[in-house]
Design a binder for this molecule. Structure first.
Ligand code: NAP
Length: 249
């Protein structure tokens, strides 16, 4: 697989659905050659065909997979750290260690691995951008959510640390922290239980993936001296991680 270094390259992790998929479309429309990564290669291939990008299998929890993914990239101008998600809802007393491991491996170590591997190329681009999709769960704790809130806090602090460490280098860093976005997020969180997933968005008008993609597009199209550090975005019906205006019936 040879990817040309002629056009600016944007890498989107977790692009097989939701926010990542929408972000890939937006960045492609802005003229980037978009390299999309995730585990479900069939979905990625369809997306890459549509946007004229490149589909590459990627499991951010697997070091060899990240190595294989990152070494074939001839240059990287934009990295969207989007791969992630939640598993379950449980009190600390009932915490399921395997769910915690999944969330920490995917959101935290996954972001670390991909970012570490691509940082030299982002710096070499002369005008790099790293966008990390954290969450309102990176700013707040909520009952039964400690596995996810701790992982998103850790992912966010990793990202924010780079803002200082890269000062003087040509790389911008933007953290986008969404509230409720209707994607496959809740379906994954509840192990395929569609009814339970639907309840999360019942009676509210949630954000959709395209809302976040447009913000990513806005961030990527600012002039290179403008760094949007943090963007928290929630539906109008959501005041905090656990407080919603729900209409019933
Ligand atoms: P989604 O539709 O479930 O998408 C998650 C993406 O992550 C999928 O493309 C999935 O692809 C990928 N992924 C999961 N594990 C992976 C792994 N080990 N290696 C590579 N890719 C992996 O959910 P989404 O809402 O778009 O989530 C995107 C990001 O937004 C996540 O970081 C999530 O925490 C964050 N977020 C979501 C919400 C929300 O309400 N939806 C709110 C705040 C923040 P494969 O399964 O094909 O690998």
């Amino acid at each position: 697989m040879t990817i040309s270094a002629d056009s600016r390259i944007a890498v989107v992790t977790g692009a097989s659905s939701g926010i990542g998929e929408a972000a890939a479309r937006t960045l492609a429309a802005q003229g980037y050659h978009v390299v999309v990564g995730a585990r479900r290669l069939d979905r990625l291939r369809a997306l890459a065909d549509e946007i004229g990008g490149t589909a590459l299998e990627l499991d951010v929890t697997d070091e060899d997979s990240v190595d294989a993914f990152t070494t074939v990239l001839p240059r990287v101008d934009v990295l969207v750290n989007n791969a992630g998600g939640a598993k379950g809802l449980a009190t600390v007393l009932d915490a399921v260690e395997d769910d915690w491991r999944w969330m920490w491996e995917t959101n935290v170590i996954g972001t670390l691995r991909v970012t570490k591997a691509l940082l030299p190329k982002l710096i070499d681009s002369g005008d790099g951008l790293i966008v990390t999709i954290t969450s309102v769960a990176a700013f707040e704790a909520y009952d039964n959510g400690s596995g996810y809130t701790t992982a998103k806090h850790a992912q966010a602090v990793l990202h924010r640390t780079l803002r200082g460490e890269l000062l003087g280098k040509p790389v911008r860093l933007t953290e986008i922290a969404p509230g409720a976005v209707e994607t496959e997020f809740s379906l994954i969180r509840f192990e395929g239980d569609q009814e339970r997933a639907d309840k999360v968005y019942e009676g509210i008008t949630p954000l959709v993936a395209q809302d976040i993609a447009e913000i990513i597009g806005f961030v990527a199209s600012r002039p290179s001296h403008v760094n949007l550090d943090q963007i928290i975005v929630k539906p109008r019906d959501q005041a905090s991680a656990g407080r919603f205006n729900r209409t019933t019936g």
